[in-house]
Design a protein around this ligand. Sequence first.
Ligand code: NDP
Ligand code: MG
Length: 382
Amino acid sequence: MKYISILGATGSIGTQTVEVVRAHPEQFRITSFSFGTNLEVGAKLVNEFRPGRVSVATKELADELKRTIDHPCLVYYGENGLLEIATDPASDTLMNAVMGSVGLEPTLAAIDEGKTIALANKETLVTAGHIVMTRAKENNVDILPVDSEHSAIYQCLNGEKISEMSKLILTASGGSFRDRTRTDLQGVTVEEALNHPNWSMGSKITIDSATMMNKGLEVIEAHWLFDTKYKDIEVVLHRESVIHSMVEFIDGSVIAHLGTPDMKVPIQYALTHPGRLDLPSGKRLNLVDIGTLHFEKMDLERFPCLRYAFEAGNAGGTMPTVLNAANEAAVDAFLTGRIEFLEIETLIEKTLDNHECVEAPSLEEIREADVASRQFVQSLIV
Ligand code: NDP
Ligand code: MG
């Protein structure tokens, strides 16, 4: 039996994690979870799973939740609440499916408690990869990627040596605007940007896919997870999302991971590793029906966010922290109607240009760079 805490249980990854748990009650138990503001779904989950602890965004929501639920449990709130869920003594595994760098400190706290980390929250590794990976190694903790590309690579590396790997090839679907030119992007709406062709996901990551920042964050995530230099990470546009990513080895062999675009596969694998379980609801891949797969070179002029990510990753220090925080602030501004789509890129570029990089930053310096970058983005929005 695996005892699981979930951060972000009401989100896209969170609810699919819940579905995986429901399908295998003999294997998995949810001991605690957090959510933000979605009381309707969150209260139902409390009544269904009867966790020992639950956490919500604010004290007001915590009070409201207590009045709604018919199960006595500890109710926490805010960032401290996320820490209480991450360190729940009743769990052995943390599924981190919260959105944004707010996931960093709970991840570190769970690592310190020796819990296995199933990591969907890529912002954690982008913002402080050096701290997270070192801490995981010191505590002998596994970080199992939930992001589909990284789960694919992890599976391609089963039984292989990282030292015999020559290149990682991440595939990108291209997001909602993959067939538009930059001129066509003037004035696009939030609704258009949220219409992803292959995956149904939370709104922030769907916008990240449209700007290609998602792939940029994933490049940095791969650098940390698989100890790979940026020059050995390649991104190719693959519109069918059938190959989830590939690894090239020193003898020229390439191992790819294929499947239908279904996040329940990497979610479940992160929970069953090193074994597997049946996924009855999952559609099976039919290559004959698909017929042809397409691959295109990524155009860094068309998708400058991918270029910023490679540059920030190569610069190291606090630059990836700034990239991530500026992106979170800019995407939020777009989603709330305060800026145009193309301004996301310009705000990130200006914030990176304005920042003085701190080498090998401490957690405190990461926090400072994160807060300062968000403030800088706000100061640029008129
Ligand atoms: P969603 O927006 O769907 O869900 C986010 C979850 O986190 C919700 O439960 C939300 O609560 C909660 N939440 C958001 N902000 C806060 C906060 N400040 N404090 C506490 N809780 C908060 O996101 P996704 O599930 O799409 O993504 C989650 C993570 O997984 C992201 O890092 C994303 O990049 C990554 N990921 C997602 C994929 C996908 O297919 N969705 C694929 C690969 C990676 P509420 O809604 O109740 O307010
Ligand atoms: Mg991904």
